[in-house]
Design a protein around this ligand. Structure first.
Ligand SMILES: Nc1ncnc2c1ncn2[C@@H]1O[C@H](COP(=O)(O)OP(=O)(O)OP(=O)(O)O)[C@@H](O)[C@H]1O
Ligand SMILES: [Mg+2]
Length: 286
């Protein structure tokens, strides 16, 4: 990778315990040889057991962080968006990205949107009133949206009855619903999907796909560990890094998932904290 050429920005929340959020994103960018930058939207007090406090950064400070980057640093073409807490932040960020031509699908500018709603510990990182803005402002601008199973249900408003069997058809229907909001690709993440026996399978869906069998699947063994804090942040920032390096969407996902799997394997028996510990972003560094 060409460190100074592959510039990747994250717009997300801070996780003081270092396993998720902008800390995970910057570790991932660095481990993958990219030059990482961050715009912080919220400061959380969290650790491996829970989230204890959230403070949204004032809109004017989010705006000035974005201005500081875009007014000075050229070719910031790949942006990963993570925790983006409330509707005012979503509206502000989408307006500024629009002014910087991220709406133009034919440009080489790409947004990877990880629609963070709930932390692994179960705490909310997303205000209820933000869902509509996410759907109408940010998803239509995005190249790739990466919901986990619960986020996909919330965004697609798919209603699943308690005795319904989850299968690839349901994943496909939800993915299509999210695509209809205007993004180009949806990756339905498989950490919380359990019908694939011992495997963790993520599914890529785009508008050229007409049936569940058209979806591209990304499969790994499910690693038996509780150290899964930040898998979602890490996956989306790894995909952003590989997009910055010029990989197409499915190869970027394949390489990104491989990075997460190796990070999980290399943290499987570690213990940082007393709950869901982080994966090892730096397994490849000496
Ligand atoms: N135990 C596991 N073993 C292997 N891969 C996993 C495991 N758990 C999650 N993954 C992978 O990690 C990535 C993130 O998926 P997941 O569904 O956990 O996202 P998430 O819920 O958004 O994560 P987070 O709680 O960190 O926000 C996916 O590629 C998924 O397949
Ligand atoms: Mg997540």
């Amino acid at each position: 990778m060409n460190y100074f050429k592959q510039k990747v920005l994250t717009i997300a929340g801070s996780d003081c315990s270092g396993g998720a959020g902008i800390q995970a994103d910057l570790k991932t960018y660095t481990a993958l040889g990219c030059y990482g930058m961050s715009v912080i939207t919220a400061i959380t007090a969290q650790n491996t057991t829970g989230v204890f406090d959230v403070m949204a950064v004032p809109l004017s400070t989010i705006e000035s962080q974005l201005h500081a980057i875009f007014s000075d640093i050229s070719n910031v073409n790949i942006i990963k968006i993570g925790m983006i807490y409330d509707k005012d932040i979503i509206n502000l960020v989408s307006d500024i990205l629009n002014q910087n031509e991220f709406f133009d699908k034919k440009s080489n500018k790409k947004i990877v949107l990880d629609p963070v709603m709930i932390a692994k510990s179960g705490s909310s990182l997303f205000k209820d009133d933000a869902l509509n803005s996410l759907k109408t402002q940010l998803i239509p601008m995005s190249f790739l949206v990466t919901p986990n199973f619960d986020e996909a249900i919330a965004i697609s408003e798919y209603s699943i009855s308690s005795n319904e069997k989850i299968d690839e058809n349901i994943i496909f229907q939800m993915g299509k619903k999210i695509l209809s909001l205007g993004c180009e690709n949806v990756l339905m993440k498989g950490g919380h999907i359990f019908f694939n026996e011992g495997d963790c399978v993520d599914y890529l869906i785009n508008n050229n796909m007409n049936s569940p069998s058209d979806m591209i699947s990304f499969r790994s063994k499910r690693i038996d560990t509780q150290n899964t804090h930040g898998t979602g942040c890490t996956l989306s920032s790894a995909i952003a890094s590989f997009l910055a390096a010029g990989y197409d969407v499915s190869h970027a996902i394949e390489k990104g998932k491989e990075f997460v799997t190796n990070g999980l394997i290399n943290a499987q028996y570690e213990s940082i904290g007393q709950g869901h510990g982080p994966l090892n972003h730096c397994f490849g560094l000496k």
